[in-house]
Design a protein around this ligand. Structure first.
Ligand code: C5P
Length: 237
C-alpha cells in the first residue's frame, strides 16, 4: 500500500466496525485495529476485515521480553495483517526478535508484515520523562535516538507526529516509514489531540501514512469526510 490513509476503527465491537465500514466507500481501505476492538473480538475481527479486502494495521504496541514478543509476532503474522508495531523502549533485542517472529509466521508467498516502533507516546511529556521515567535527556533527543535504534534493529519506520517527520527523515533517511496520527481538517474538533496537522500539511511534511479516527468515524457523513480527507492527502485540492 502506497501512502495509506489509515482509518482508526476505534469502536467497541465487530457490529460497530462493520456498520462503520458499510458507510464508507466500497473499495480497498487501510484500517487500524487497536487494542479495544482486538481484545473484544480476537482474531475473528481480522478475518472479517480481510474478507472484505482491506489492508490492516494491527496496533497492539507489543513490549515484553524478546522471546515472548517473537512468539506473539509469529501469531500476528499468521493472521495476515499488513503492519504491526512495538515499543522501541523494549530494546534492540526485542525489536530483532519481533522481526524474526514475523518472518516465521508470515503466510507463504506474501511479504512479511511491516514493523514500526513507537518512540514515545504522545501522552508522555518532558515532565513525565524526567520525573517518572527518570530519563534526563530532552524528549526530542529521546525520540531521535529511539528512531535510530529502531532502524538499527531492522524496523521499517516509526509512529510519530507529522511535525517530527522532517527530523526523522534527516536522521534515518526518507525511506524510513513515518506513520502519523493527530490529523485534523481545519473545521474539525481537536478532541484530546493537541499537536494536530491537516492532511495537506502531513503530505508536504513527508508522512508516509496518516492515521485518521474521529474526523471520519465521528463525522455526520463519514463517506464524504473520507473522500475529502483522501483528496487532501493526495494533494488534489
Ligand atoms: O480520533 P483520532 O484521529 O484522534 O485518532 C487517532 C488514532 O491514532 C487513535 O486510534 C489513537 O489511539 C492513535 N494514536 C494517536 N497518537 C499516537 C499513537 C496512536 O493518536 N501517538
Amino acid at each position: 500500500m502506497e501512502r495509506p490513509l489509515i482509518i482508526a476503527l476505534d469502536v467497541e465491537n465487530k457490529k460497530e466496525a462493520i456498520n462503520l465500514l458499510e458507510g464508507l466507500p466500497n473499495e480497498s481501505l487501510a484500517l487500524k485495529v487497536g487494542m479495544e476492538l482486538f481484545y473484544k473480538e480476537g482474531p475473528g475481527i481480522i478475518e472479517a476485515i480481510k474478507e472484505r479486502g482491506h489492508w490492516i494495521f494491527l496496533d497492539l504496541k507489543l513490549h515484553d521480553i524478546p522471546n515472548t514478543v517473537k512468539r506473539a509476532m509469529k501469531q500476528l503474522a499468521e493472521l495476515g495483517v499488513d503492519l504491526v508495531n512495538v515499543h522501541v523502549a523494549g530494546g534492540h533485542a526485542m525489536m530483532t526478535a519481533a522481526r524474526e517472529g514475523l518472518e516465521a509466521g508470515k503466510p507463504a508467498g506474501v511479504a512479511s508484515p511491516l514493523l514500526i516502533g513507537v518512540t514515545q507516546l504522545t501522552s508522555t511529556d518532558e515532565t513525565m520523562l524526567h520525573h517518572e521515567l527518570l530519563i534526563e535527556k530532552p524528549l526530542q533527543t529521546v525520540v531521535e535516538s529511539y528512531a535510530k535504534l529502531a532502524q538499527s534493529a531492522g524496523l521499517n519506520g516509526v509512529v510519530c507526529s507529522a511535525q517530527e517527520v522532517p527530523l526523522i527523515h534527516e536522521i534515518c533517511g526518507k525511506g524510513f516509514l513515518t506513520v502519523t496520527p493527530g490529523i485534523r481538517q481545519v473545521q474539525d474538533d481537536l478532541g484530546d489531540q493537541v499537536r494536530v496537522v491537516t492532511p495537506e500539511k502531513a503530505r508536504t511534511l513527508g508522512s508516509w501514512g496518516i492515521v485518521v479516527g474521529r474526523s471520519i468515524t465521528a463525522a455526520k457523513d463519514p463517506f464524504a469526510a473520507y473522500q475529502a480527507i483522501q483528496k487532501a492527502w493526495e494533494g488534489k485540492q
